[in-house]
Design a protein around this ligand. Structure first.
Ligand code: DGY
Length: 326
C-alpha cells in the first residue's frame, strides 16, 4: 500500500478496468492477469500461494472445495460482485478469512438491464432484431408479429433489496402496478407503492411480469419451478437479472414452449456460460450474457470498491463491505 515498504501481495484473477489496475498496482504488490485468461480453481489455488489476498469475481468457477484449500497466507477475498454465492461465508469464517463484496455501485446498471429484459421480452427484441438482420422485414403485417403491452400491467418483484427497489422505481415510470415478495417488508419510502406479499406463492397470481432480483441462497435456489410458474397468470413474462440457479430451467423451458408463459428475458443462467441449449431454440426468450453490471463506470466503481475494502483491511480497519463479520 502507498507509504508502506512491503505492501501486501494481491492476486487478481481477471483483467480489470485500466484505472482499477493502475490503482491496485500502485497500492499493492499485485499479480494481474494481463491476458485475461479465465483461471480454473486449481490454477488460482496454485498461484495464490505467495499472496496475502485475492481479488476475484463471480465469474470464477471456484467450487465448494475452494476456501478449505486456500493457503494459510490468504487473509482476505474481495469479490468483484455484489452476489457471493460462489463463496461459502461459513467456510471463510471458519478459516478466519475476511470476505468483502461490492453492494450499491451496480444497483442502477443492473436495474436498467432488468427493464431492458422486461421491454425486450415483451416487445420481441430478440425476434425483431433477427428479422431485420435476416432481411425478413417483409414478413411484418398489421397483425403479426405482435409483442405484449408493458404499460398498465402488473409486475411482481422477487427480492426487494437495492436492485429490486431500483427496478420498482423504473417500472412505476412505465405505469406498472407493483407487487413484491421479500423476507421482510421494506419501508414505505423504498417500496414505490408496491404491495407486499409475505409468501411468494401468494404474489404470483398478481404478476403479469415476474422480475427475479433476490440473492441465490439455499432458500431461493429453484424457487421458480413448475409449481410456482403454474401460479402465474397465463401469458406471464419472467425476467432474471439475479442468478440462474433460482430458476428450474426444465420448468421454465416447458412453460415457454407450451405457451403458459408468453416470454422470458434472461441475463443469468444456471451453469453459465454453458447454458441449457434448449433456450437457443426458443424465439420467445430474450437473452443476454450476464451484463447487468457491464458499463465502464459500474465496472470501474466495483473495482475501486474492492480496493477500498482491501486497503481498509490491511490498515487494520473493518472493511465497509465485510460479509464475514459477526
Ligand atoms: C454481481 O455483482 O453479482 C453481478 O451479477 C456480476 O457478477
Amino acid at each position: 500500500m502507498t507509504g508502506t515498504s512491503n505492501p501486501p501481495r494481491i492476486l487478481v484473477t481477471r483483467k480489470m478496468m485500466p484505472d482499477v489496475e493502475r490503482r491496485i498496482a500502485a497500492a499493492f504488490r499485485a499479480t494481474l492477469n494481463p491476458d485475461d485468461r479465465p483461471l480454473s480453481a486449481a490454477e488460482i489455488l496454485e498461484k495464490c500461494g505467495r499472496h496475502d489476498g485475492l481479488l476475484l469475481t463471480s465469474f470464477d468457477k471456484l467450487g465448494p472445495d475452494f476456501i478449505p484449500a486456500l493457503p494459510p497466507s490468504i487473509r482476505i477475498i474481495a469479490t468483484h460482485s455484489v452476489g457471493y454465492d460462489h463463496l461459502s461465508i461459513p467456510q471463510a469464517k471458519a478459516r478466519g478469512i475476511a470476505v468483502t463484496n461490492t453492494p450499491g455501485v451496480l444497483t442502477d446498471a443492473t436495474a436498467d438491464v432488468a427493464l431492458l429484459l422486461i421491454l425486450g421480452a415483451a416487445r420481441g427484441a430478440s425476434w425483431g432484431d433477427r428479422m431485420v438482420r435476416e432481411d425478413r422485414w417483409g414478413e411484418t403485417t398489421l397483425i403479426s408479429p405482435l409483442g405484449h403491452d408493458v404499460s398498465g400491467r402488473r409486475l411482481g418483484i422477487l427480492g426487494m433489496g437495492r436492485i429490486g427497489q431500483a427496478v420498482a422505481r423504473r417500472a412505476r415510470a412505465f405505469g406498472m402496478t407493483l407487487h413484491y415478495h421479500s423476507r421482510r417488508p421494506v419501508a414505505a419510502a423504498e417500496a414505490s407503492q408496491a404491495t407486499y406479499h409475505q409468501h411468494f406463492e401468494d404474489m404470483l397470481p398478481n404478476c403479469d411480469f415476474l422480475s427475479i432480483n433476490c440473492a441465490s441462497t439455499p432458500e431461493t435456489r429453484g424457487i421458480v419451478n413448475a409449481a410456482t410458474l403454474a401460479l402465474l397468470p397465463d401469458g406471464a413474462i419472467v425476467v432474471n437479472t439475479a442468478r440462474g440457479d433460482i430458476v428450474d430451467d426444465g420448468a421454465l423451458i416447458a412453460a415457454l414452449s407450451s405457451g403458459k408463459l408468453a416470454a422470458a428475458g434472461l441475463d443469468v443462467f444456471r451453469g453459465e456460460p454453458r447454458i441449457d441449449p434448449r433456450y437457443r431454440g426458443l424465439d420467445n426468450v430474450f437473452m443476454l450474457p450476464h451484463i447487468g453490471s457491464a458499463t465502464p463506470g459500474t465496472r470501474s466503481a466495483m473495482g475501486h470498491k474492492c480496493i477500498d475494502n482491501l486497503e481498509q483491511f490491511f490498515r487494520g480497519e473493518t472493511p465497509t463491505d465485510l460479509l464475514t463479520g459477526d
